[in-house]
Ligand binder design. Structure first.
Ligand code: SF4
Ligand code: SF4
Length: 352
């Protein structure tokens, strides 16, 4: 499919999303932060992004009413945008139900890219690809004309690569920012060989990186990766688009700043890759270590509803150290669990 061209063509450069042959704006829209906005705020923001020239919008069934805001904001320009969304369901029946929900929420007859969300380990990959697994439902939805292409998302680069090698997927979505650069070696090469579209989630490391200028200058060195920053206000969208309309290379001074931030955060930043799992106390370690990002990006009620059960489990950490031994980034996981737990307790006290 070729996207219909209109005046947005002039506003932002388009790139080809791998073998889907979809042409999308070189920076897309990530659907998480609009969860924080009301419909009255969120819908015009989506529309504003389109008017700036953004034509690639990514969401997920699990992102609250994000799909509904995107659907309402883009219904009248549907033929000029590319819509992507995802399901966490692992079985065919559940995934089929989510496809229909997404079609309704996004107000469209067909979804361009439907992704299997957060495929974190080999067991999950095997499960979704097995008979009766979620992939079967997406394959049928594709045959029925409900979706056009099938993608996969993962924080675990090794599993994302395994998924690419199955040749079942047209796109792969992985975290990519100047703290999380693991994908740039082998995964980008595999994706290139398979002609897959690469979608870069968390261009600001899930809100951990505050220097948007450095983040986007870094990303512009990888024009085949389509980053999908989340945006909460028109000003944020304006700023990001402006980065793509001006000078592209990092200066020597900016490179130095990037390296400084990398070495400062490198010892504490959890990449959510799950190499440290499973935990003997069944703590979901990346969620416990990522609690600050939840607190920053989501409303308190949503954060507490999503994280509370896991943070209760985090209280049972016996400091066995097995997770720290498995973490390839040598993070002091038990200490970080304690640190994040203290932050979370204070947060709950403040907001309940
Ligand atoms: S140190 Fe704590 S978090 Fe890590 S594996 Fe042991 S119990 Fe789980
Ligand atoms: S603690 Fe280490 S291994 Fe575990 S998810 Fe974070 S970065 Fe990955």
């Amino acid at each position: 499919m070729r996207i219909g061209w209109n005046d947005t063509e002039e506003k932002m450069k388009k790139v080809r999303l791998g073998r889907t042959d979809l042409m999308v704006s070189e920076v897309g829209f990530g659907g998480i932060p609009i969860i924080n906005l009301s419909m009255v705020e969120g819908v015009p923001l989506v529309r504003h992004c389109f008017e700036l020239g953004i034509t690639f919008f990514d969401s997920a069934n699990m992102y609250g009413d994000s799909e509904k805001k995107i659907g309402a904001g883009l219904e009248s320009v549907r033929d000029q945008v590319v819509l992507a969304t995802k399901t966490l369901k692992r079985d065919a029946q559940g995934a089929a139900k989510h496809v229909y929900q997404s079609l309704e929420s996004l107000k469209t007859r067909v979804i361009d890219v439907y992704q299997l969300h957060q495929v974190a380990n080999q067991e999950t990959l095997d499960q979704v690809l097995a008979a009766g697994g979620a992939y079967e439902a997406l394959d049928k939805a594709r045959s029925d004309g409900k979706i056009r292409f099938i993608g996969v998302s993962s924080h675990n680069i090794r599993i994302a690569m395994e998924a690419c090698r199955t040749d079942c997927f047209d796109t792969v979505q992985i975290p990519f920012n100047f703290i999380e650069q693991d994908a740039k070696d082998e995964l980008f090469q595999v994706a290139e060989e398979m002609d897959m579209g690469v979608i870069g989630m968390k261009p600001l490391a899930g809100g951990v990186l505050e220097r948007a200028d450095l983040c986007f200058r870094f990303l512009q060195q990888y024009p085949k990766v389509v980053p999908i920053p989340g945006m909460r206000a028109k000003e944020e969208a304006d700023e990001i688009v402006q980065f793509y309309r001006t000078q592209r290379a990092l200066t020597d001074e900016q490179r130095k700043e990037v390296e400084e931030i990398r070495s400062e955060l490198g010892t504490k930043f959890c990449r959510r890759c799950e190499y440290c799992m499973p935990c003997r106390q069944e703590i979901h370690i990346p969620t416990a270590l990522g609690i600050k990002a939840f607190m920053k990006r989501l409303p308190p009620a949503v954060t507490i509803a999503m994280a509370h059960a896991n943070m209760k489990k985090a209280e049972t950490c016996v400091e066995c150290g097995e997770c720290a031994e498995k973490c390839p980034y040598e993070l002091p996981v038990p200490d970080l669990i304690k640190e994040n737990l203290a932050l979370y307790r204070a947060y709950v006290k403040e907001h309940t």
